[in-house]
Design a protein around this ligand. Structure first.
Ligand code: UDX
Ligand code: ADP
Length: 466
């Protein structure tokens, strides 16, 4: 018999857990949703009386949190209490790429997932449905099952895979109106089917049932990796063509438009850029490459690895082009970086191209002035320090963070547009030009500026893919 869910716990109050649970709470007022995290600072920010201070910036999110928080949406650090009370537990903790040991630099680090499983096993006194929400390597559910079922406390755990397809910056729209919901479970048993039905019922509060797909666990897990690999592959494909365009005089947007009108190809995800970032694409492809290698599928591994190789090349060649154009030296020159987030409308900087381009420019002893409307100064320093290529002292001496684009560009030798924030399209470019060193160079890594207009003002502009 299907259990009707009354109490949900979500472990992990990050970019996935936070927005997803806020939307579930809004759409399912009869369900109590507890989001728990070991990071007390993050939890405090979610509970900040001023809802604009929640730790994640997503258009529309703060309104939903304001509406539901304290009613049926709660944030706390009381992980065990929330596990104990819940009928359904979502695991939304981070699964970074391993930085040590076997699979270093490729495999997903499942340390946090395993800790969660052990904690659930220890605390649970009655039957639970455990939902993996984090992107995980295929067959993680099996590992979860193993840990949970060997605890000896006679509790039945049903493990479901329910990958999240939301993209940052549009998370709320993606959650409210998803293309599909994917639920993988043990379809061969009655208990497995009942667990899947219970989760279908949660989503059916606002998603038409025809859009809720149910599969076996492995298909669900692999579909998530495959979807991200295909999306990233499209970007690397168009970015590969951007370099050909630059050499031949073609325009990459015109090429994208022409091919995108072929309904078999489609027009989305064909925007050439300085390289994709974000917490998912690189991690998931590396994970896929690792899985393929582990299975002895060398050609498959090489095929997908090329998507990452091209993406790294795109970031590197953008940085090199800046150095080359500025007469082969940027030493002591001021480069304004407009944007630090990996895309617009988010404060997330994970794997952002801006980090790698800046790192390269620091190798060349450039002075960097950063402006991003949503990213905090300390995050920018932490991102550069994490790479470990430059001392904290050097980074803080060479990199300054300012609070407007105008300030960043003042006395700059060159400007690099790293994130496609809308406000960069409408800056007073003539005024900026006046206050820069001449020749005033602009490198548009996002194709948001009008080449002719910028040239009319006097800029020497380099647009990726032109
Ligand atoms: C991605 C997937 O889209 C989402 O389904 C999954 O759940 C998580 O990973 P996200 O990383 O949040 O989402 O953002 P996305 O919009 O996919 O952008 C990823 C990167 O690709 C960004 O750096 C973006 O600027 C870049 N991009 C995207 C391009 O360079 N060109 C494009 O045409 C699209
Ligand atoms: P994602 O983008 O996948 O949501 P984030 O890094 O934004 O990833 O969020 C993951 C969250 O999970 C972090 O806030 C982290 O503190 C939390 N977390 C990791 N391990 C645990 C754990 N064992 N218990 C509770 N929270 C955890």
């Amino acid at each position: 018999m299907t259990k009707s869910i009354k109490n949900i716990c979500c472990i992990g109050a990050g970019y996935v857990g936070g927005p997803t649970m806020a939307v579930i709470a809004q759409k399912c007022p009869e369900i109590k949703v507890h989001v728990v995290d070991i990071n007390a600072e993050r939890v405090a920010a979610w509970n900040d009386p001023n809802v604009e201070n929640i730790p994640i910036y997503e258009p529309g999110l703060s309104d939903i949190v304001a509406e539901t928080r304290g009613k049926n949406l709660f944030f706390s650090t009381k992980v065990e209490e929330a596990i104990d009370e819940a009928d359904m537990i979502f695991i939304s903790v981070n699964t970074p790429t391993k930085t040590y040991g076997m699979g270093k630099g490729m495999a997903a680090d499942l340390k946090f997932i395993e800790l969660c499983a052990r904690q659930i096993a220890r605390v649970a006194k009655d039957d639970k449905i455990v939902v993996e929400k984090s992107t995980l390597p295929v067959r993680t559910a099996e590992a979860l099952q193993d840990i949970l079922h060997n605890t000896g406390n006679d509790v039945d755990f049903q493990i479901l895979s329910n990958p999240e397809f939301l993209a940052e910056g549009t998370a709320i729209d993606d959650l409210l109106d998803p293309d599909r919901i994917l639920i993988g479970g043990d379809i061969d048993t009655d208990k497995g089917q009942a667990a899947m039905k219970a989760l279908v019922d949660v989503y059916a509060h606002w998603v038409p049932e025809a859009q809720i797909l149910t599969t076996n666990v492995w298909s669900s897990e692999l579909s998530k990796l495959t979807a991200n690999a295909f999306l990233a592959q499209r970007i690397s494909s168009i970015n590969a063509m951007s370099e050909v365009c630059e050499r031949t005089g073609a325009n990459v947007d015109e090429v994208a438009r022409a091919i995108g009108m072929d309904s078999r190809i489609g027009s989305k995800f064909l925007k050439s850029s300085v390289g994709f970032g974000g917490s998912c694409f690189q991690k998931d492809i590396l994970n896929l490459v690792y899985i393929a290698k582990t299975l002895g599928l060398e050609e498959v591994a090489d095929y997908w690895e090329q998507v990452i190789i091209l993406n790294d090349h795109q970031k590197r060649r953008f940085a090199k082009n800046i150095v080359k154009t500025l007469y082969n030296t940027v030493s002591g020159k001021q480069i304004a970086m407009l944007g630090w987030a990996f895309k617009k409308d988010t404060n997330d900087t994970r794997e952002s191209a801006a980090i790698y381009v800046s790192d390269h420019l620091l190798n060349e002893q450039a002075d960097i002035i950063v402006y991003d409307p949503k990213v905090k100064t300390e995050q920018i320093y932490a991102d550069l320090e994490y790479l470990g290529h430059h001392s904290s002292e050097e980074i803080r001496r060479r990199v300054k963070v300012v609070s407007s684009a105008k300030e960043a560009c003042h006395n700059a030798h060159a400007i690099a547009v790293m994130t496609e924030w809308d406000e960069f399209k409408t800056l007073d470019w003539a005024d900026i030009y006046e206050k820069m060193y001449k020749p005033a160079f602009v490198f548009d890594g996002r194709r948001i500026l009008d080449q002719l207009k910028m040239e009319e003002i006097g800029f020497k502009i380099n647009i990726i893919g032109n």
